[in-house]
Design a protein around this ligand. Structure first.
Ligand code: SAM
Ligand code: SF4
Length: 349
């Protein structure tokens, strides 16, 4: 059972000595935290069917996650995205969200949010809203039940749609994330656009990345550059580029005819690393300053070696100072290069 936060950590949850920045002067304000590598789906671009999950003892406890996230917030991280694996399959995860609300209330944390496959959202949406979550990203690549079952290997579409409806009903803003997959989801473009327009959800497309290497689909075979999707959209709609940026990887357009906002995340065809403001924490406490490079800092051992905040924050600063210039994902030579053996579920998508 998760305990109430230790008061001394709450006291530290505000910037104490300047912002976290790397050697390219990028200021890190955004932490994505994988709270588990486990998942109830096996999306064929994300993990193998017979994936080996980590022993539970290797995972950070919820108390440890609290200490770590609070240390980051104390260093100026203002946005926390909880992810996985599937974050909502982790037992008692709502108590972690509840604990993080103190940072929203203090004003140190501006946004607490999550990325989910939606399968458990129906039963958690209202509680998440009560914890101060205002927006949620739900991954949904297809609206076709048979295709959904095939792509996720064991997922069902209807609970996900119910979860999305519950989120909307609870007042959460929903953004749908869809991985574009040649030969698999090409014809989902207009159904997704029309459905999101009708439901009032934002929509973002993502190019498939070479993350994870066992038992997954051939990424190159299914790689669909988003320029192709954009061109097809432009045949039916007027695309108005939006200058707004979240400091994140997406570039946005608005469809003039419907008002729908669409994001494009193009790690393969258009790098966005020069403005990257995010780092990732794995469920085992490794800090990855870049999704597409090795070079993690083991924060779990620092955390377990001492209850003090200072060594932990120093290790975080050091890890972020080593943030590389960018990833090296590349399909242009006809073979995927720059890929990572670790899967998205481990690193946190
Ligand atoms: N289980 C949750 C979900 O699916 O939303 C959160 C974790 S999942 C790893 C986060 C995001 O990573 C999802 O939107 C998923 O589609 C995306 N993803 C997984 N593998 C990917 C890959 N190889 N390339 C691009 N996106 C990927
Ligand atoms: Fe699970 Fe999300 Fe990976 Fe799909 S993309 S297998 S839902 S972690």
């Amino acid at each position: 059972m998760f305990l109430d936060p230790v008061p001394t950590q709450a006291a530290h949850a505000r910037p104490v000595c300047g912002l976290l920045s790397d050697r390219f002067a990028r200021v890190v304000r955004y932490l994505r935290v994988s709270v588990t590598d486990r998942c109830d789906f096996r999306c064929s671009y994300c993990m193998g069917e017979r994936v080996q999950f980590l022993p539970r003892k290797d995972l950070l406890s919820l108390e440890e996650l609290d200490r770590l996230c609070s240390a980051f917030i104390g260093l100026g991280v203002a946005k926390l995205r909880i992810t996985g694996g599937e974050p909502l399959v982790r037992r008692d995860i709502l108590s972690f969200f509840r604990a993080m609300t103190r940072h929203l209330e203090s004003g140190a944390l501006k946004e607490l949010t999550l990325t989910t496959n939606g399968s458990q959202l129906a039963r958690h949406a209202a509680d998440l809203a009560a914890c101060g979550v205002r927006r949620v990203n739900v991954s949904l690549d297809t609206l076709d039940p048979a295709r959904f079952a095939a792509l996720t290997r064991r997922g069902q579409l209807s609970p996900v749609l119910e979860g999305i409806a519950a989120a909307k009903c609870a007042g959460l803003r929903v953004k749908i994330n869809a991985v574009a997959l040649k030969g698999l989801t090409d014809d989902e473009l207009f159904p997704l656009v029309d459905w999101c327009t009708g439901e009032g959800h934002d929509l973002t497309f993502i190019e498939v990345m070479p993350m994870g290497d066992e038992g997954m689909m051939d990424r190159l075979d299914h790689f669909l550059p988003l320029s192709a999707l954009r061109a097809r959209l432009a045949e039916r709609f007027t695309l108005v580029p939006l200058v707004e940026t979240t400091g994140g990887p997406a570039r946005y357009v608005r469809l003039a005819e419907t008002g729908l906002k669409i994001g494009f995340i193009t790690p393969l065809t258009h790098s966005f690393c020069e403005t990257c403001n995010r780092v990732r924490l794995t469920c085992t406490g490794e800090l990855f300053p870049c999704l597409g490079q090795e070079g993690a800092t083991d924060l779990r051992s620092v955390l377990r070696a001492s209850p003090d905040l200072e060594p932990l924050q120093q290790a975080i600063r050091d890890g972020i100072a080593r943030k590389p210039r960018g990833h090296d994902f590349d399909y242009s030579r006809g073979v995927p290069t720059g890929g990572m053996a670790r899967g998205m579920n481990h690193t946190g998508g």
